[in-house]
Design a protein around this ligand. Structure first.
Ligand code: BLA
Length: 510
């Protein structure tokens, strides 16, 4: 479990960012073993706490601080277990001399990891009081984009960062900036897309366990942890630490972006990383641990609001798919009238499953609307659908993978969702989605040259965007599980209608 020797762009997701062996200099760290003897310290405990590095390593932790303080700390950490999160102590007079510190303490193996940040006595500490009123603004909105906008504004008001973004992960782990609040004059990042590799897999996994990180100053000298390894030869695991120094690759990314300070907070839904609140500052920026805890709470509550709205949307979608029934039966009662009713049918389906184009092939008649293949192209596609999708709902966001001929119309229809609506492989409703990149615009300034760092131009948002564009070429926005479920409901409905019509016309002919 040693750190990767050299981190390169190609092995980004192998960098062991919890074992980097340094803290950021806005805090310091003391790790104790089960027997309360000090195993590790960060090199800056001298300037920050006034403790001697050499003398402290191996010393007994209770001898470093006043008796009352040690007694208090023991009481506060009694309830800690593995992965229970940290005990948070704000404004502790650590040496009973008036110098205040915020402390985070968590279990690390059989021992404890203490982190200290000097606390300003000047600032007002009323951070928690902001959470409820700001959340109330989010709650007034009923749709994710508006809620996200309010959350970005709230977060900016709370933290003073120059730019606050709500970054939502997509099903392929790429991300999109869905809301932004920024200082006047900043280039907007709203709607920008980034590839999954900008926030590599192990970082996303870590952000599930440890929901907030502050990078106060991308150019600050990280402070080494001493000794670097345990007697067993392992580096200290900083997964749950709050002052952990961050990946040099990521620091370079931020520098290339002109960002001097960054903070991100995880937004979780049902145990998964839904997104991040990502903050940038043009100059170094620090907010203390107490305020970061308020930010964390705000984000958790925001996450619940998002989950509630999404769950409600999914429920409504299912309901709407069922209610489509009555309407469609009427509209399709007369197959000859389908062309007349096609717009209404398309609109009804579109309210449940968003698409860019729709085609119906029924009784050898072709109707199409929006962004679709042409009649000739569709005839070829039909044969393909008979092969892969007869008798069930079939969906793809990359048609070209199974049907290379889609190359001819990929800009119009890169993905499809097909609903067979007859007993045999004959009649279909097919919903199409356009190629995703066609719909996305780069909002940055195309004339602003990117400054290459040691890792080249790749580590800039513009290059990231280009990389994302490459990975999603030929691909549409994916069909979500609830959309596929809705399609299945619609298909069954239509099947009944179509079969009924068929039966009726047979009866008529008799
Ligand atoms: C971490 N990358 C991150 C983080 C963000 C981003 C938000 C979390 C850390 C933080 O809060 O700053 C990415 N930040 C973005 C994006 C935007 C933004 C997309 O503001 C858009 C506006 N990054 C790369 C590449 C690699 C990489 C190519 O672009 C790897 C080769 C690595 N990013 C990387 C690593 C981390 C990271 C390793 C973890 C940093 C850490 O926590 O130690």
């Amino acid at each position: 479990t040693a750190p990767v020797e050299t981190v390169e762009l190609s092995n980004c997701d192998r960098e062991q960012i919890q074992f980097l062996g340094h803290v950021q200099p806005y805090g310091c760290l003391i790790a104790v073993g089960e027997d309360w003897s000090v195993g590790h310290v960060s090199a800056n405990i001298g300037e920050m706490l006034g403790l001697d590095v050499e003398a402290t390593i191996g010393a007994r932790f209770p001898e470093l601080f006043p008796r009352e303080v040690v007694h208090y700390l023991r009481g506060r950490i009694q309830m800690l277990g593995q992965d229970t999160g940290a005990a948070r102590i704000y404004g502790l007079d650590l040496f009973e001399d008036g110098r205040l510190f915020d402390l985070s303490v968590h279990m690390s193996g059989p021992g404890y990891l203490f982190e200290f940040e000097p606390k300003s006595t000047r600032a007002m500490h009323d951070e928690m009081s902001l959470v409820q009123p700001l959340l109330a603004r989010v709650r007034r909105r009923r749709e994710i984009p508006a809620m996200a906008r309010e959350a970005a504004r709230a977060m900016r008001a709370m933290t003073g960062f120059d730019r606050v973004m709500i970054y939502q992960f997509q099903p392929d782990d790429s991300g999109r900036v869905i809301a932004e609040a920024a200082a006047p004059g900043m280039t907007p990042f709203l709607d920008l897309r980034f590839p999954a590799s900008d926030i590599p897999r192990q970082a996303r996994a870590l952000y599930l366990r440890n929901p907030i990180r502050l990078i106060k100053d991308v150019d600050a000298e990280p402070q080494p942890i001493l000794p670097p390894q345990t007697p067993e030869g392992a580096p200290l695991d900083l997964s749950l630490s709050v002052t952990r120094a961050v990946s040099p690759i990521h620091l370079e990314y931020l520098r290339n972006m002109g960002v001097a300070a960054s903070m991100s907070v995880s937004i979780l839904r049902e145990g998964k990383l839904w997104g991040l609140i990502a903050c940038h500052n043009n100059t170094p920026h620090y907010i203390d641990y107490e305020k970061r805890s308020a930010v964390e709470l705000f984000t958790q509550l925001f996450a619940y609001e998002i989950a509630a709205v999404e769950t409600e949307t999914e429920r409504r979608q299912t309901l709407q798919a069922r209610q489509l029934h009555a309407g469609l039966v009427e509209q399709m009662a007369d197959p000859v009238a389908i062309s007349r009713n096609f717009d209404a049918i398309a609109q009804a389906i579109g309210e449940v499953i968003p698409f860019d184009g729709i085609a119906i092939w029924i009784g050898d008649r072709f109707h199409a609307q929006g962004s679709t293949p042409t009649y000739e192209e569709f005839m070829g596609l039909l044969r393909h659908l008979h092969g892969v999708a007869a008798g069930r709902v079939h969906e793809t966001d990359r048609l070209i993978d199974s049907y290379p001929e889609a190359d001819g119309f990929v800009e119009r229809a890169a993905g499809l969702l097909s609903l067979p609506i007859s007993r045999g492989p004959r009649d279909y409703i097919v919903l199409f989605r356009r190629e995703q990149v066609q719909q996305v615009t780069w909002a940055g300034d195309p004339n602003k040259p990117a400054q290459p760092g040691p890792n080249g131009l790749r580590l800039t948002p513009r290059k990231s965007f280009a990389a994302w564009t490459e990975t999603v070429r030929n691909q549409s926005v994916p069909w979500s599980d609830s959309e596929i479920a809705a399609a299945e409901t619609i298909r069954i409905t239509l099947l009944e209608v179509v079969l009924k019509i068929a039966d009726d016309s047979i009866a008529e002919r008799k």
